[in-house]
Design a protein around this ligand. Structure first.
Ligand code: BGC
Length: 419
C-alpha cells in the first residue's frame, strides 16, 4: 500500500509539473489523461490516437494506471490544483458533473450543434454530458458491468452449460472447484469487488431495488434483508477465488480465464478487449453472458472525454478530438476493439462480434423497457463520496472484516455519512 502511495505521489508530482502539455496545446494538439493501460485498452486507445494523428493533431499521452480510474482522478485533482489541467480527461458519470459544476469544463455546444449530438446520443448519456444546457464532454462508448466471461473449453471439459440462475451458477462453481480449476478469477481491489457487487445486488434486489439502494439511497433497501442476501452471495463468490487474489489487476484476472486456469470472471465488457487482444474468438474460445438473474438489465457506465477549459474558447485540438470521438466510423472502429458499444444510437452493429452485437441489442432493449441503470461501481449511480463509502463496506466484507448482517448496518451508516 505504502509503495503504491509513493508511486502515485511521484506520478502526481511529475504530472503536475510536466511541461509537455504546453507544447501539445500550443501546436493545436491535445494532452490526454486516461487510465487505458491494459493491452486491450491500449489497442483501443491507438485507434483514437491514429485518427487524430492523421488529422495532424499532436497527442501527448498521460496514462495513469488503475482500473476504474481512481488514481487518474487523484492525478487530475493535483493537476487542476497546480493550475495545469490537461486538455482532455477520461471521466465517468458524477465526476464529470462535479467538474462541470466547478466551472472547469469547456463549452462544446458549437461542435455538438454542428454534428447533431442532441439527436444521436442516448438520454442516459446526455444526463452526464450536458450541464445547464451546455455539452461539457464527449461520450466515447457505453460499457456494462453485469457480464460474466467464461473459458469455453474449461466449461465444456466439465460439462457446464451457461448458467441462467444463481443455483446453476453455484453448481458450476462447485464442479470447477472439484476439478481443481479456480472457479472465479478475481482481482482483490475495491473497485473490482464493487463491480461484482453491481451485478450481484441487481440479481437479488431486482431493478427497483437497485434503483432504490444505489441511486435513491433508500435506507430501508440499503439495510434490508435482500441486501443481506446480496452480501451472502458475495461471500460465496469470495469462497470461489484463488488464494492470490489480493491486489491483482483486473486484466491479470482476465488472463486467468483466457489461459484456462480459471473458469469465470465477473467484469465489465472491457474484459472482452483482453480476450480479443489475445487473439481469442467469442463463442469459440470464450463466452459472454449476463450475470444470472440480470438478463433483462443493463448496468452501464460510459467513458467520456471532459475538455478542460484552457482559458478561452474550446481549442482547435479539443474541438478536433470531440468531433473525432463522435464520428460514426470512429464509434464503430474503437468500440469493436474496446469491448464497449457505441455512444451513438445510429451506428451499425455489422463490424461487431457476437458479444458486441448482444451488447448493442441489450442496451437498446433495456433503454426502452426501463431496465437501464447507472453503475454504482463506475460512478453512474451516486457521487464519488457515496460510491467510495459503498466500496469501503463491500471490500471490507469481501475480505472478511465482518459478516453480512454487520455489512448492511455498516452500509446504511456509511452512505448516510457520505451523502
Ligand atoms: C472504464 C473502462 C476501463 C475500466 C478498467 C472503467 O471504469 O469505464 O473504460 O476499461 O475501467 O480500467
Amino acid at each position: 500500500m505504502r509503495s503504491q502511495f509513493k508511486t502515485i505521489t511521484a506520478t502526481v508530482l511529475a504530472l503536475a509539473l510536466g511541461g509537455d502539455a504546453a507544447t501539445a496545446q500550443g501546436d493545436g494538439g491535445v494532452e490526454v489523461l486516461h487510465w487505458w493501460t491494459s493491452g486491450g485498452e491500449a489497442a483501443a486507445l491507438n485507434v483514437l490516437k491514429e485518427d487524430l494523428e492523421k488529422q495532424g493533431i499532436g497527442w501527448t499521452d498521460m496514462p495513469v494506471a488503475g482500473g476504474g480510474g481512481e488514481q487518474a482522478m487523484t492525478v487530475l485533482r493535483a493537476r487542476v490544483t497546480a493550475g495545469n489541467a490537461p486538455t482532455a480527461v477520461q471521466g465517468l458519470g458524477f465526476d464529470i458533473l462535479d467538474w462541470a459544476n466547478q466551472g472547469s469544463l469547456a463549452d462544446l455546444n458549437a461542435v455538438a450543434a454542428e454534428e447533431g449530438w442532441d439527436s444521436v446520443i442516448p438520454a442516459a448519456l446526455q444526463k452526464f454530458a450536458r450541464v445547464d444546457g451546455k455539452w461539457v464532454s464527449a461520450p466515447v462508448n457505453v460499457h456494462s458491468t453485469n457480464w460474466v466471461w467464461a473459458n469455453k473449453a474449461v466449461l465444456d471439459a466439465n460439462g457446464i452449460a451457461v448458467p441462467t440462475t444463481w443455483e446453476e451458477f453455484t453448481a458450476a462453481l462447485d464442479k470447477l472447484k472439484a476439478a481443481g480449476v479456480t472457479p472465479i478469477a478475481h482481482g482483490g481491489q475495491a473497485w473490482q469487488e464493487a463491480t461484482v457487487f453491481d451485478a450481484v445486488a441487481m440479481s437479488v434486489l431486482g431493478p427497483n431495488g437497485y434503483q432504490a439502494a444505489f441511486i435513491d439511497l433508500d435506507e430501508a433497501v440499503l439495510g434490508g434483508d435482500r441486501m443481506k442476501e446480496a452480501f451472502d452471495r458475495m461471500a460465496v463468490i469470495r469462497a470461489n477465488v484463488d488464494d492470490n487474489f489480493s491486489g491483482r489487476d483486473w486484466n491479470l484476472a482476465t488472463a486467468m480465464v483466457i489461459n484456462g486456469t480459471a473458469g469465470f470472471q465477473m467484469m465489465g465488457d472491457w474484459a472482452k478487449g483482453e480476450f480479443l487482444n489475445a487473439g481469442k474468438v467469442p463463442g469459440q474460445d470464450f463466452l459472454c453472458f449476463r450475470f444470472p438473474g440480470t438478463t433483462e438489465q443493463v448496468i452501464f457506465n460510459a467513458d467520456q472525454f471532459m475538455m478542460f477549459d484552457q482559458g478561452g474558447s474550446v481549442s482547435a485540438g479539443q474541438a478536433a478530438l470531440a468531433s473525432a470521438i463522435l464520428s460514426p466510423s470512429f464509434q464503430s472502429a474503437f468500440n469493436v476493439v474496446k469491448g464497449s458499444v457505441p455512444a451513438r444510437t445510429d451506428v451499425s452493429d455489422e463490424a461487431f462480434d457476437d458479444c458486441g452485437k448482444k451488447g448493442m441489442k441489450d442496451l437498446a432493449a433495456a433503454a426502452s423497457s426501463g431496465n437501464l441503470f447507472g453503475s454504482m461501481a463506475h460512478g453512474h449511480a451516486a457521487p464519488a463520496s457515496v460510491k467510495n463509502a459503498i466500496y469501503d463496506v463491500v471490500t471490507a466484507h469481501f475480505n472478511g472484516a465482518y459478516d453480512s448482517t454487520t455489512a448492511v448496518t455498516e452500509l446504511v451508516d456509511a452512505v448516510s455519512i457520505a451523502r
